[in-house]
Ligand binder design. Structure first.
Ligand code: EPZ
Length: 418
């Protein structure tokens, strides 16, 4: 079995360049199906999640050419067919194929999506959006059969600002007759990225990035070009690494506004940073102040940085409090951090992190993508060697993470262990 070995305590300096957003890419790739001609998506990270989605595109018959940072997709040869369970349960984002196949063919057969085990993660709001637009949905043993005689614009009110449900409803609405209004829409930057792509194809979407999105359906969508925004969660993860072990570490190719709440929190903690137009310099701070953090949908503090910043909070002088309001089971990293020397207790949806604690290298396990990122960060700051088992989830979401970390001075390698 492959494990990650990290020899901790190394100072991180130089420049790390941020890749395209995983969570935008995994929506843009299925969305390509909606075009009636070839599309080009630039700055797509080479991670197993994007590979899994291009496999589904090819399975459906699309012509896909993968260059180092971009993908050329010709959806013309696509035929509609059932997407097998072993393909759809690889990741949460496979359900975007439900939306695009419904929009294009008005018939879908596929299974419940996969995704990190950080909560129940139902898809009821996505199905609510599909039904509001005229779809009839049958579910049997996790397999969904979705049909629509006609797709008609509607007024969809989401019970919670779900990122996936917002994108899925938008993907169907662009081909529905008439206007759709999505109320209580999520405001994440990845949603704006998808809306821009669809508008480049000729869709008529306004309000993406706000809680009310209006979509006027169109007959056809043409081929076009789009670019993936920088990954704000990868940006945040390396900014936190800089606050832990950095010496004027430069995180380059970012959109500072997309990590604003993190930057503000680090300022509260006393971390020294220099924020530029598309980069940030950050250095390790020995004496940091504890803080209170509550995760919320964008522009609140992102739930995906909750586990990574927990490692930083173990190095603050005093007790920090972190409340996770988005997922009901996103603290699986805590026992492993405590085994390394942290002092974290949990009460329902809140953890209390008492610092400053010395972390020692241990053998730990990545239970999900961002828990894995948290443990990589812990390995960077711990003394001795940290071994991380089950590293698949980490490689799913961070392009070239081993190379990027070693280039800035870390000592990380993948080794085979029985
Ligand atoms: C996206 O997941 C991201 N994944 C997640 O990132 C991110 O944590 C999440 O948005 C919130 O920002 C992708 O974009 C591929 P939600 P998504 O629908 O769309 C509940 C990572 O680490 N909910 O906003 O699935 C749900 O259970 C991943 O990169 C319903 O109850 O998130 C969760 O508790 C992890 N019913 C909350 O809402 C629904 O129909 C937020 O879910 C949909 C969601």
């Amino acid at each position: 079995m492959k494990v990650l070995k990290i020899n901790g305590g190394k100072t991180l300096s130089g420049t790390v360049r941020i890749s395209g957003s995983k969570n935008a890419s995994v929506a843009l790739i299925p969305a390509a199906i909606l075009a009636d001609d070839e599309v080009t998506i630039c700055n797509v990270p080479e991670i197993t999640d994007t590979d899994a989605l291009t496999e589904i595109l090819k399975y459906l018959g699309a012509d896909v050419k993968r260059a180092s940072e971009s993908i050329l997709i010709d959806p013309k040869p696509i035929v509609n067919k059932e997407i097998p369970e072993e393909m759809s349960n690889k990741l949460r984002a496979s359900y975007y194929f439900m939306a695009v196949l419904l929009a294009k063919f008005k018939h879908v057969e596929m299974y419940f999506p996969g995704g990190c085990a950080i909560g129940a993660r139902p898809i009821d709001q996505t199905l609510k959006g599909f039904e509001a637009l005229g779809a009839k949905i049958k579910e049997e043993n996790n397999k969904y059969t979705i049909d629509a005689d006609e797709l008609t614009g509607s007024h969809v009110y989401l019970d919670m600002p779900s990122v996936g449900a917002t994108i899925n409803t938008m993907l169907v609405a662009v081909k529905a007759k008439g206007e759709t209004i999505i109320e209580n829409a999520a405001k994440e930057p990845e949603i704006v990225n998808v809306a821009t792509f669809l508008n480049n194809m000729g869709a008529k979407i306004t309000g993406a990035g706000t809680s009310e999105i209006r979509i006027k359906g169109v007959e056809s969508l043409k081929g076009c070009y789009t670019e993936v925004i920088p990954d704000r969660i990868e940006s945040g993860t390396y900014i936190i690494a800089g606050a832990l072990m950095g010496n004027y570490l430069k995180i380059d190719n970012i959109i500072p506004e997309h990590v604003e709440t993190l930057i503000l929190k680090l300022k509260e903690m006393g971390v020294d940073m220099e924020v530029g137009a598309d980069y940030i310099y950050v250095s390790k701070k020995d004496r940091m102040k504890p803080v209170h953090i509550k995760t919320l949908g964008y522009p609140g503090f992102p739930t995906d940085l909750q586990q990574p910043i927990t490692t930083l909070l173990t190095q603050c002088d005093g007790e920090s409090v972190l409340q996770e309001t988005v997922y009901e089971n996103r603290f699986k990293n805590v026992p492993y951090l405590n085994s390394m020397g942290a002092n974290i207790s949990q009460k329902q949806d809140t953890i209390m992190i008492k610092g400053k604690t010395k972390l020692h290298g241990k053998t730990v396990e990545a239970t999900d993508l961002r828990a894995g990122a948290c443990l990589v960060l812990a390995g960077l700051v711990a003394d001795g060697t940290t071994t991380i088992r089950n590293i698949g989830p980490v490689l799913r979401g961070y392009e070239n993470i081993i190379e990027k970390l070693n280039e800035i001075g870390a000592d990380v390698k993948i080794v085979e262990e029985e």
